[in-house]
Ligand binder design. Structure first.
Ligand code: PGA
Length: 259
């Protein structure tokens, strides 16, 4: 992976109230090894209501895990009932924000244009976007997976400079693999992550392509993490279900020791 630091991120989705979140992060801090945290960047992305509590645990216990969010609005403030702004997240020392997860796109109607605005707003607030892309099963079966993902990357990152693209994270998550227990084979995941990287190379140049970190997401588990993480264009994992259990998540973070 050409000197890129791996990033393993736990997307908790709508799970864990703030009491459960405190317990989960404390437990994670006990079970994850210091060696792993030296070699691998780790983030957790709890629901909004947990962020302040998790921030407090991470900072007071000096846990070497980054705090992430799952979503935000692109405006800094205003009449947007129910929304949270990038600067509010930055104030809680959130450093990574997932943008354009397929559940946001499919269930809440987020468009590529929305994703692009959010990516820019997250960067402007000094945080790192994890921009998600991925195809449906129908698109894959029709041979359109690469075209779909290429379009999402170009649109989602439109207008960014090469160094901005080099500093962010793209998560390739085939929709048919999310929460289904059906993982892409390491070869298929590699092929798609390589396609994402070559899209970045075509549009933003070789430096951005070499630097951008690309995660695979979709039913990542301790048993499949080593093979996925061993692929040359896969620099990390975006983990949903398996990140809710600290023991399981720690085993994914320890992927280097297996196999
Ligand atoms: P999963 O979710 O690991 O439960 O498949 C991944 C994701 O949606 O980011």
């Amino acid at each position: 992976m050409a000197g890129r630091r791996p990033l393993i991120s736990g997307n908790w989705k709508m799970h864990h109230n703030h009491f459960e979140a405190i317990q989960a992060v404390q437990k994670l801090s006990y079970v994850v090894s210091a060696n792993d945290l030296e070699a691998v960047d780790v983030s957790v992305h709890p629901p909004f209501t947990d962020l302040r509590s998790v921030q407090t645990v991470i900072e007071s216990d000096e846990v070497g895990i980054a705090l992430g969010a799952q979503h935000c609005h692109w405006e800094d403030k205003g009449a947007f009932t129910g929304e949270v702004s990038p600067s509010m997240l930055a104030k809680l020392n959130v450093s990574l924000v997932i943008v354009g997860h397929s559940e946001r796109r499919e269930l809440f109607g987020e468009t590529d244009e929305d994703v692009n605005r959010k990516v820019k707003a997250v960067l402007a607030a000094g945080m790192t976007p994890i921009m998600c892309c991925g195809e449906t099963l129908e698109e894959r079966e029709a041979g359109g997976a690469v075209a779909k993902v290429e379009g999402q990357v170009r649109a989602g990152l439109d207008g960014l400079k090469a160094d901005q693209v080099g500093g962010l994270v793209i998560a390739y998550e085939p929709i048919w693999a999310i929460g289904t227990g059906r993982t892409a084979t390491p070869e298929d995941a590699q092929e798609m992550c390589a396609a994402v990287r070559s899209t970045v190379r075509d549009r933003w140049g070789a430096l951005a392509a070499d630097d951008v970190r690309i995660q695979y997401g979709g039913s990542v588990k301790p048993v499949n993490a080593p093979d996925l993480m061993g692929q040359p264009d896969i620099d990390g994992a975006l983990v949903g279900g398996a990140s809710l259990d600290p023991d399981e998540f720690a085993r994914i973070i320890a992927y280097r020791l297996v196999g």
